[in-house]
Design a protein around this ligand. Structure first.
Ligand SMILES: N[C@@H](CCC(=O)N[C@@H](CS)C(=O)NCC(=O)O)C(=O)O
Length: 391
């Protein structure tokens, strides 16, 4: 029987949010609107934690609720971080290569975690002065809104609603991604158009859910979503055979693949179902803090372009090249303009590395992922990473 479920989550910040520029935390109301369209057979759909409804015929229903969220406002995040002596990053615990909590060591590692370390190196002079709060697709935005973390760096797609209504500002994209589909190698599925009637495992609170619906609708095929609350639940459902396909960002699929019980038995289809520009984000209301996060990312890009790596950075000190002097803080006031020391980018590169160092350490040929740079190569190598000049 034909069944389509489309869940659209619109989060609109109510009055008062725009006025949040000060340092004092305040409570605002977030209006959550979910539109559920169900066609066909009887379906029981949990719309929120507290609302369960049974739908027998085709309906379009809007459930609106007011959720109290403490919005930390803008404030002076730099001063707070420096007073605290620790950078609070929102991260991911379940995506090896990007953000992963090793259950044995209790340590976080990955590409996104390294950008958290890079900010700590720039702001505190110590890449290890970080505290990572693991977040799921659902929990990440309230965690940033409430001020529990200073920055969210966790495979999060830059979208217009997150950049506006949700009250965030993005820093430059650190990883250009696209949504993909994983299937069993022996399934005979070679493209998503072969998946009519399939069950697809997908995680809640993500761009992934909506993209899946849009993509399947455009192909004119039906499917049943099996929605997991976090990466582990979603992966486990697929691994147990409950779904024919598993969809998320391709970076996430590459990462989850190595955690399946039989990694060899699965393939990621070539198709890109969406654009997923992933990057760090900060709260509205603190432009300087967003500039700091942005210029830490730009520092890693510029380092790669100029050939300044973690290994050789000291050999560039005292260079005659103005571009290198500006990046390393030997010319210009690029650090003090941000409230940092002028050598902040030297600290980033020497303690954490340039973009290529970070990419290769976590995702490169010597890792289980061996992810080609592709779009994430510098523009000089055919990619779209285009460093903004320190000038
Ligand atoms: N980039 C997408 C998807 C991000 C996402 O949350 N992906 C999942 C699947 S890989 C994840 O990271 N889950 C980790 C967790 O819930 O622990 C977005 O920003 O909505």
């Amino acid at each position: 029987m034909k069944k389509n479920i489309v869940i659209v989550l619109l989060v609109l910040l109510a009055l008062g949010l725009v006025a949040c520029g000060g340092g004092e935390p305040e409570t605002v109301f977030v209006e959550v609107t979910r539109i559920v369209e169900v066609e066909g057979e009887s379906v029981t759909e949990t719309v929120t934690e507290t609302v369960t409804e049974t739908v027998v015929e085709t309906v379009t229903e809007t459930v609106t609720e007011q959720v109290a969220v403490t919005f930390a406002g803008g404030g002076d995040t730099l001063a707070q971080v420096q007073d605290r002596g620790v950078l609070n990053c929102g991260g991911n615990a379940n995506v090896p290569g990007f953000g992963y909590l090793d259950p044995d060591s209790g340590e976080f590692s990955g590409f996104d975690i390294d950008f958290c370390k890079a900010i700590a190196a720039a702001v505190l002079g110590d890449a290890e002065a970080i505290e990572v709060t693991p977040t799921t697709g659902q929990s990440r935005f309230p965690t940033l809104q409430s001020g529990e973390i200073d920055v969210l760096i966790r495979n999060t797609t830059w979208t217009s609603s997150r950049d506006t209504a949700l009250g965030f500002d993005f820093a430059p994209v650190t990883f250009y991604d696209g949504q993909g589909m994983m299937v069993r190698a022996d399934s005979g599925i070679t493209s998503i158009s072969d998946m009519d009637g399939a069950t697809v495992c997908v995680q809640s609170g993500t761009t992934t859910e909506k993209n899946l619906s849009d993509y399947m609708t455009a192909l004119g095929i039906t499917y049943t979503p099996l929605v997991g609350d976090d990466a582990v639940a979603t992966r486990d459902a697929y691994d147990s055979g409950a779904c024919d396909g598993f969809t998320t960002d391709k970076s996430g699929l590459v990462s989850q693949l190595i955690l399946l019980s039989d990694p060899e038995g699965h393939v990621i289809l070539d198709e890109d179902m969406s654009r997923e520009p992933l990057g760090p984000l900060t709260r509205h209301g603190d432009n300087n803090w967003n500039d700091i996060v942005s210029w830490v990312v730009q520092c890693t890009f510029n380092g790669e372009l100029l050939g300044i790596s973690q290994e050789n950075v000291d050999s560039f000190l005292g260079s005659d090249d103005p571009a290198i002097q500006n990046v390393l803080g030997e010319a210009g006031d690029h650090g003090t303009a941000l409230g940092l020391s002028n050598d902040f980018c030297y600290q980033v590169i020497s303690q954490v590395g340039n973009y290529a160092d970070i990419y290769n350490r976590n995702l490169g040929p010597d890792t289980p992922f061996d992810l080609a740079r592709a779009r994430n190569a510098l523009y000089t190598d055919g990619g779209v990473i285009y460093p903004i000049p320190f000038r």
